[in-house]
Design a protein around this ligand. Structure first.
Ligand SMILES: [Zn+2]
Ligand SMILES: [Zn+2]
Length: 216
């Protein structure tokens, strides 16, 4: 069982629970996993679910994990539909790859950037985070496009807009993904950034798709 299968099962259980379902068979039928029975065994052994003859429930541990996943997924959806004005079908497909787009540690920054939205574009509730409780006293972090950075500035990538999926995998192969710390070394004649010890030249088109939060 890989992490992705487990995450998907947890998300499904959260959604079913939202609609008031705890039926084991419904979970089996709704899951798109070919190995749903061994998946259930794994989830049980990891103390993420409790199963009886007819019902399936998340444990407290499972609920916490599912809540964080759903929060990231729905914030990613908001990000796409509000900020990037993408169509709904695209939103769902891209949000599925959110672990490459929106890093776990930066979820609260994105929530703040979006103004702590209550619901996803489909009207489903976004679970609240710590940032939503304290935002009134905090100054919002500034997220900008990497292209607007001054030469020499350093920042952490908050999210990437994958305008073409090929670009996203290309960026990943260069080590450019949500959470990476980058320094902008040069803007002209072409963009050059530094990631760890590596210096990379990137297309101006792609630089526009990278959003960063300035770090000192
Ligand atoms: Zn949604
Ligand atoms: Zn928030």
């Amino acid at each position: 069982m890989d992490k992705e299968q487990i995450d998907e099962a947890l998300e499904l259980l959260w959604v079913l629970n939202e609609d008031g379902h705890d039926d084991l068979n419904r979970f089996r039928l709704s899951s798109e996993d070919d190995e749903v029975d061994s998946l259930i065994i794994t989830l049980k052994s990891e103390d993420l679910i409790v199963v009886t003859d007819k019902s399936i429930h998340l444990t407290e541990k499972g609920r916490m994990k599912a809540k964080a996943l759903i929060r990231r997924l729905r914030l990613a959806e908001r990000l796409f539909s509000d900020v990037f004005e993408m169509r709904e079908e695209t939103v769902i497909a891209d949000a599925c790859k959110m672990e490459h787009i929106l890093s776990e540690e930066l979820t609260d920054s994105v929530c703040t950037f979006l103004g702590h939205p209550q619901t996803c574009p489909h009207g489903k509730k976004i679970p609240r985070g710590e940032c939503c409780k304290i935002y009134k006293v905090e100054i919002e972090p500034v997220v900008t496009r990497l292209s607007e950075f001054e030469v020499g500035s350093k920042g952490r990538i908050t999210f990437i807009v994958p305008t073409k999926s090929s670009r996203l995998s290309k960026l990943n192969s260069l080590g450019i993904s949500a959470g990476s710390v980058v320094r902008l070394l040069q803007k002209k004649p072409s963009y050059v950034i530094q990631i760890d010890e590596t210096t990379v030249a990137i297309d101006p088109d792609i630089v526009k798709d990278i959003f960063v939060r300035k770090t000192s």
